[in-house]
Design a binder for this molecule. Structure first.
Ligand SMILES: [Zn+2]
Length: 249
């Protein structure tokens, strides 16, 4: 039985609209920047959402408000590098006391407006993920599957629930997108976040990202030689509730 087809899941790079939701102003780029660039180049409508302002994403003599402003500029440059023209900032304070429900309340109208074929975010269930912004963001995105399928959200017909959810930085990936031709754009987008990656460790991290991308290609692509891929956990909304097999699907 083709469970994926049964659940209405198709290839992640075969969609016409996609919403990428990141906790901080660089997570999408690191986790899925190649996929974003590929989709945008194919004419897919790609919208990025950033949940927090990233004001505490550094150590050293910098004021949080100044860092938040700088990161806005870096994010704009990163979006340009990926060919992304639509970007929404929720503006919650980095590491702040906002709740998962606060994020859901902001996300639901965005989802109903854009009605993307896939929503992509960070995997909040990756073991050892300790960052509260990542956990809250990933869980809020997934919880939108439940909210939008309920009467808590008034909708005009036809009702909308995102047909696919994809999580990057997942310990349980089940698919990958070949991003070889867009790897350079991904790296340029990450490097646009100079406050985060303008460090001595960046060359090492870059090599690690490439190693991961080769491993993802090896595992998921039919012809992996010389290819680079980004891996995801792709699930249908049905698999986000009362579905123990989701972890191994
Ligand atoms: Zn982050």
């Amino acid at each position: 039985m083709d469970v994926r087809a049964l659940l209405g899941l198709k290839a992640l790079d075969d969609v016409r609209s996609a919403l990428f939701v990141q906790p901080h102003p660089d997570d999408n780029e690191v986790g899925a920047g190649g996929t974003m660039a590929k989709l945008a180049a194919q004419g897919c409508r790609v919208v990025a959402v950033t949940v927090t302002d990233g004001r505490y994403g550094a150590v050293g003599p910098v004021q949080p408000a100044d860092l938040a402003r700088r990161r806005q500029e870096e994010l704009a440059a990163a979006c340009a590098a990926l060919g992304i023209r639509e970007h929404i900032e929720f503006g919650f304070e980095d590491l702040g006391s906002y709740t998962e429900m606060d994020v859901i309340e902001k996300l639901v109208p965005v989802l109903l407006d854009i009605r993307p074929e896939v929503v992509v975010t960070v995997d909040p269930w990756t073991p050892y993920e300790a960052h509260p912004d990542h956990v809250k963001t990933g869980r809020a995105v997934a919880a939108c599957a439940i909210r939008l399928a309920s009467l808590t959200v008034p909708q005009t017909l036809p009702a909308y629930v995102p047909p696919m959810f994809a999580f990057y930085a997942s310990a349980y990936p089940n698919t990958a997108v070949d991003v070889t031709d867009h790897w350079h754009a991904k790296i340029r987008a990450i490097e646009a976040h100079a406050s985060q990656f303008g460090t001595r460790e960046w060359p090492m991290l870059k090599a690690y990202l490439e190693h991961q991308a080769r491993a993802a290609a090896e595992r998921f692509l039919d012809a992996p030689d010389g290819r680079l891929a980004e891996s995801f956990k792709l699930l249908s909304p049905r698999q986000l509730h009362f579905f123990p097999d989701a972890m191994t699907s």
